[in-house]
Design a protein around this ligand. Structure first.
Ligand code: FAD
Length: 381
């Protein structure tokens, strides 16, 4: 039984480690020549990611987050516990790759997959190149972990994300320990701008819903006198939506390729790892039962859909509310959050993996918030 995992990001590497540990021949095809580079991530994760992976890649545990409203009001949130941890994403991916290799998986770098086709037998054939040479393999099962633009998803005509948001970040040589979030239609419409410490400086980045992402970043850097200090720009995309299908006969999607991403923050590491565990558990059982049909693999789709899928659906609804807020609304909301009672709810109950958990207690602490939410809020109760 051979399993081909396409994509050596966190989701694919986690699946590969687990299927190889279970004794199945596992090959990972990765288009990049170096694991984890270039980095397309800010590296903010919850403590759950640290305990799940036992990673040594932690850079810092910020104690303060400052949210800047469009008019410049500041909401200062002091973390009671470690709510957000910053990791070195390249090191994180390398550690996951080492674990997969130690478990027995083979990782083929510089191996972009071009297409997947039904082979003359009953299975599928993967067309890829390796060090410039055309190659094919016909594994028994394919796991598509090839990120937001997934060739596996497209080749197999599985549903596309509802939205793919472009994101870009700049690395600047600056110090500072806190996390800053900036809101507003002129800063990052439909999303937010982050300014966070990293191992090599500060990462200032944003996503936006109107496609002018790079221009917004330039505007912000210019306003802070940082545009000439940029060491590197890093860009990527964030897939958003609730995927209604993620399996086919002998094939599964996991991680960004299946939109396992938190819609409000764009964070996908935790959901991708969680889904990877569900994916490998179902796959290993299915192989042992000698049945990797779509019907059998659907158990995986149901597992993740009943778990992180609920958060994704709530996050998409919260996103609808957020996208409809004017700058004036955001200013007023930040003012409400500044009240001690409301701020305490955020400090004590904040959970970056499940932000919609805050909605009920926030509304209890500050019922005026209902003014901003519109009828969509009913679907949270
Ligand atoms: C700017 C930015 C900042 C982010 N910040 C955060 C954050 O702070 N915290 C967080 O949790 N998430 C963050 N994310 C999201 C996070 O990076 C992703 O959710 C996460 O990387 C998904 O993991 P994955 O393994 O599914 O996919 P990826 O990490 O994207 O890995 C997919 C792999 O597949 C490879 N691949 C793609 N196509 C092919 C092909 N045809 N053949 C072979 N290989 C292929 C790619 O090279 C890549 O290595 C951010 C995303 C962006 C764009």
């Amino acid at each position: 039984m051979e399993i081909a995992v396409i994509g050596a990001g966190p989701a694919g590497l986690r699946v590969a480690e687990r299927t190889a540990s279970a004794g199945y021949e596992t090959v990972v095809l990765e288009k990049k020549s170096v694991i984890g580079k270039p980095v397309q991530c800010a590296g903010i994760v919850s403590p759950r990611v640290i305990s799940l992976t036992e990673t040594n890649s932690v850079v810092t545990k910020p104690k303060k987050a400052i949210i800047h409203s469009p008019s410049g009001n500041e909401l200062v949130i002091k973390a009671k516990n470690d709510q957000a941890i910053i990791i070195d994403r390249a090191q994180f991916d390398r550690e996951l790759a080492d674990k997969a290799i130690r478990a027995g998986a083979e990782i083929k770098l510089a191996s972009p997959v071009k297409k997947i086709k039904k082979s003359s037998g009953c299975g599928k054939k993967i067309y890829f190149s390796h060090n410039g040479q055309k190659k094919t393999i016909s594994p028994d099962v394919i796991v598509g972990a090839d990120g937001p633009g997934s060739i596996v998803r497209r080749s197999e005509k599985l549903p596309s994300p509802d939205k793919i948001m472009p994101a870009v970040q700049a690395l600047v040589p600056d110090e500072g320990k806190d996390v800053h979030i900036h809101l507003g239609k002129n800063v990052a419409p439909g999303f937010f701008l982050w300014d966070i410490p990293s191992r090599t400086g500060r990462l200032i980045g944003l996503a936006s819903s109107d496609g002018n992402t790079f221009q917004y970043l330039q505007n912000f850097l210019r306003s802070k006198g940082l545009e000439k200090k940029v060491i590197a720009y890093l860009s990527g995309t964030i897939p958003l939506g609730d995927m209604v299908e993620s399996v086919k006969d002998d094939l599964m999607l996991v991680g960004d390729s299946a939109c396992h991403v938190k819609p409000m923050s764009g964070g996908g590491i935790y959901f991708g790892l969680k889904a990877a565990d569900m994916c490998s558990d179902v796959l290993i059982n299915a192989i042992e039962e000698n049945d990797t049909s779509k019907e059998r693999l659907k158990e995986y789709h149901e597992h993740w859909h009943n778990d992180i899928g609920k958060n994704i659906m709530r996050g998409m609804r919260a996103r609808t509310i957020f996208e409809n807020l004017s700058d004036e609304d955001l200013d007023k909301m930040i003012q409400m959050f500044q009240k001690e009672r409301t701020r305490k709810v955020i400090e004590e109950m904040g959970d970056i993996d499940n932000p919609s958990r805050l909605i009920k207690p926030l509304l209890k602490a500050s019922p005026d918030l209902l003014k901003f939410t519109g009828p969509v809020i009913k679907s949270f109760f």
